[in-house]
Write a protein that binds this ligand. Sequence first.
Ligand SMILES: *Cc1c(COP(=O)(O)O)cnc(C)c1O
Length: 368
Amino acid sequence: MKKDSLCVHGAYYFDEKTGAVSAPIYQSAPFRHPKLGVSTGFDYSRSINPTRTTLEMTIAKLEGAEYGLAFASGMGAISAIAKLFAPKDHVVVSSDLYGGTYRLFHEYYEKYGIEFSFVDTSDPEMLRSAIRRDTKAFFIETPSNPMMKISDIQECANLIHHLGGILIVDNTFLTPYFQNPLEFGADIVVHSASKYLSGHNDTLAGLIALCDEGLEAQLREAQKSEGASLSPFDAWLVMRGIKTLALRMEKHHQNGVAVSEFLLGHKEVEKVFYAARHKQSRGGNGMVSFYVKDRAKAESVLERVEMILFAESLGGVESLITYPLVQTHGAIPEEMRNAVGVNDRLLRLSCGIENAEDIIRDLDRALS
Ligand SMILES: *Cc1c(COP(=O)(O)O)cnc(C)c1O
């Protein structure tokens, strides 16, 4: 099946008993056992729930993986991944990444003795120089948030596999419709499904896809033990979102290209960051970051947009604009932020699926 058909059908066709075309929502915490030692395969929804399992099988199919896991948020999924490491393990992380991931690693897991180096993983030299004898993994975001830098997945995989470690890729920005990191040697793919996958700015969810049985068992144990498992209703919402993923991504991509071209030619815009199609992706997204001349201009754009909403998050049908400095990347120290390029002149726009002309008109007026 092609990717767009896979998005529609996922891992569910119809309910054998009723013929229901939409996956049932099993809103039950416990599951009755027929008798001692006999189980339906379900016992308690923190560990396993049939609706969540259907979503987990769907993300596995879309990413070309063997296993999927669904969490209550992207951060819940990333936190489970961090549980794979032990004190003194070293992990190299993209320096240009979602601020919440930085905060989780730096403020929490460093306290438990795991060591992180934040470097520009799009630069092979920087990546190589960050490697230590005890490096156990690379955690990369590509394209990165918010500067849209591309790290070479295959090169990263080769390098870390040579050391006996694993490559983890946050694929939130392109989704499995446009990029499949496992194809290029990644070991674990993680998503904030709150973004493009659910796609309607109405759900929080995190997903993991992978092929390794041993890693899957560890992550499954973390999911069950920590309890950040996705609820049945939210699992259903993410599955419903995924059904239209192909259509939405094509439109987000078109809008992203049109809006980034418009911004490139605008006199009030100093620089535009957009991740175009690349050898490891089949398309782009609706994410466009740009510099205006100063903080006052950035503030005025945020106040003056009308159709575009000033709100954090991304990947939904509504266009949103954010100020990474104080919102998504507020947790990152100033020195590191400046090195990455997240300064008081940077705005990040998530183009929704409205007509590109309306997004452009709104931006043009807000910038003038
Ligand atoms: C939003 C985001 C996260 C965190 O996901 P939540 O669902 O908000 O917990 C992680 N990575 C990236 C790239 C994100 O955009």
